[in-house]
Write a protein that binds this ligand. Structure first.
Ligand code: UDX
Length: 457
């Protein structure tokens, strides 16, 4: 690199995630890709997040803003939390942008989570490029957009719901906040409000890849400057172009790494991996049915049960299944999914977990809990055909027999072969999308060219 090259102003992006794990991880990963391509990145973390996370990536500088709850928000409801975040966040984000400018590190672009739709207004007031980063799928975004625009009327009255670019949906396939707005009115508003001010954004990034959701992405791209840039699964599990990128570098929970040794002792594709992500709180009865289903299969299983969920396990289940099962409070999920011993993934279909399973070619048994997960489950089963959605009973519980049936479906026989074949196909397509010249790589490149053309030389 000659001196001129070194002294050139690198475009600088300030990245503002919503402070929960499932939203921070994809934005950090995207940041790493940008940083690898020569963009300077500063992460704007809330003061509380900064204080409480286990670790932050070395390659990205971190500055703080405030959500108004620097000591933690305890049990503050979503509505007042968001209102205060908007008020204090607007002010402190603005101050941070001024501070960075005054200290010779001016920002060119704010990449914000649309859960914080006021951020683009701040960016525009500062004369900057604004880019929304949607952490969920194009399909789910499109459903929310249709509701936001009043094109899909709620409450949903029809048995089948038609959304352009998507297969016909049953009510149970629709995101839970739309299916039942009264269950979480704050969250319903939050997901629709992602489109507030979005017309001010110069870019709308989606953590997905074009080949995965072609039709709906094309339709959304006619309305908004949508660019798929994912999956944001660490590069070493996909294209391997970022040799340091093996992990998310940020973990709210502490992983129990000893489960990797346990997996080493298991044969190829023999283990069921079970995890419901960072937030799900299962009914006691659901935990029990799942536990008994796992026991009935007589297969090996690795189950992530967060400490807060542990008391729901049936009494003496751990002792009774210790020959076959390992229960941990958190695990290095990517390493686990990439391990040859894993034969299937019982998942809540959080979007990150779904993308990780797609990226690593692991067949899924979908047991969605809330939010976008039911739509993801529908696509996994009926569109991508790399798993099965477990059918709940009238009480909305997936029973033990159903668990056993689904595990057999993805791990055994002709159907299992088919699912595995498709899983392999998606793995390859995901890799290609982020690799040089792939659909996501080209979109990132286009963004870079725009930033380079506006950044002062
Ligand atoms: C939330 C929502 O629930 C989800 O529907 C939405 O799409 C994103 O935000 P969460 O429930 O935590 O996220 O699920 P998910 O999106 O799957 O994210 C979980 C993350 O935690 C994944 O990246 C996964 O690899 C990681 N994880 C999970 C671990 O590292 N270890 C574990 O033991 C379990």
């Amino acid at each position: 690199m000659d001196n001129r090259e070194e002294n050139r102003h690198k475009p600088h992006c300030l990245v503002l995630p919503f402070p929960i794990q499932g939203h921070i991880n994809p934005m950090l990963q995207f940041s790493k890709r940008l940083s690898h391509k020569g963009i300077r990145i500063t992460l704007a973390a809330t003061k509380h997040l900064f204080k409480t996370t286990q670790q932050f990536s070395g390659s990205i500088s971190v500055e703080t803003i405030s959500d108004g709850f620097d000591e933690g928000k305890a049990d503050v409801d979503l509505d007042p939390y968001l209102a205060r975040f908007e008020q204090v966040g607007t002010e402190t984000l603005s101050e941070l942008l001024d501070k960075l400018r005054d200290s010779g590190r001016p920002v060119d672009c704010v990449i914000y989570d649309p859960f914080l739709p006021w951020a683009v207004v701040v960016a525009k007031k500062h004369g900057l490029v604004g880019a929304a980063f949607f952490t969920q799928s194009s399909s789910v975004n499109s459903i929310y957009y249709n509701v936001y625009k009043g094109q899909l009327k709620v409450p949903l009255l029809d048995k089948e719901i038609a959304v352009a670019g998507l297969p016909l949906l049953e009510i149970s396939d629709v995101p839970s906040f739309v299916r039942d707005q009264d269950s979480h009115p704050g969250s319903f508003e939050l997901v629709l409000n992602q489109f507030r001010n979005v017309e001010e954004a110069d870019f709308v990034f989606v953590n997905s890849f074009y080949e995965l959701e072609e039709e709906v992405t094309d339709l959304m791209a006619k309305i908004l400057p949508v660019k798929t840039i994912g999956p944001t699964t660490p590069s070493m599990y996909l294209d391997k172009r970022l040799t340091e990128d093996k992990d998310y570098d940020l973990s709210i929970f502490k992983p129990v790494n000893s489960c990797m040794k346990w997996l080493e002792e298991r044969t190829n594709k023999s283990v069921i991996y079970v995890s419901f992500g960072s937030m799900a709180k299962l009914e006691g009865e659901q935990m029990e049915e799942l536990a008994l289903g796992l026991k009935m299969t007589n297969k090996y299983f690795l189950w992530v049960v967060r400490s807060s969920e542990e008391s729901k396990l049936p009494k003496s289940f751990v002792q009774e299944t210790q020959e076959k099962g390992l229960i941990v409070s958190w695990c290095p999920q990517l390493e686990v999914l990439a391990h040859d011993a894993i034969g299937c993934f019982i998942t809540h279909c959080g979007w990150n977990s779904t993308l990780e399973a797609l990226s690593l070619g692991v067949p899924m048994v979908a047991v969605p809990w809330w939010s976008d997960q039911s739509t993801n489950a529908k696509l996994v089963m009926d569109v991508w055909k790399m798993g099965i959605r477990a059918r709940p009973d009238v009480k909305d519980i997936v029973g033990r027999e159903e668990i056993v049936r689904c595990i057999k479906h993805v791990m055994e026989g002709e159907e299992g072969n088919e699912v595995r074949k498709n899983a392999k196909k998606w793995r390859e397509l995901a890799r290609k999308a982020v690799d040089e010249g792939g659909s996501s790589d080209r979109n990132i490149q286009e963004f870079l060219s725009t930033l380079e053309s506006i950044a002062p030389k």
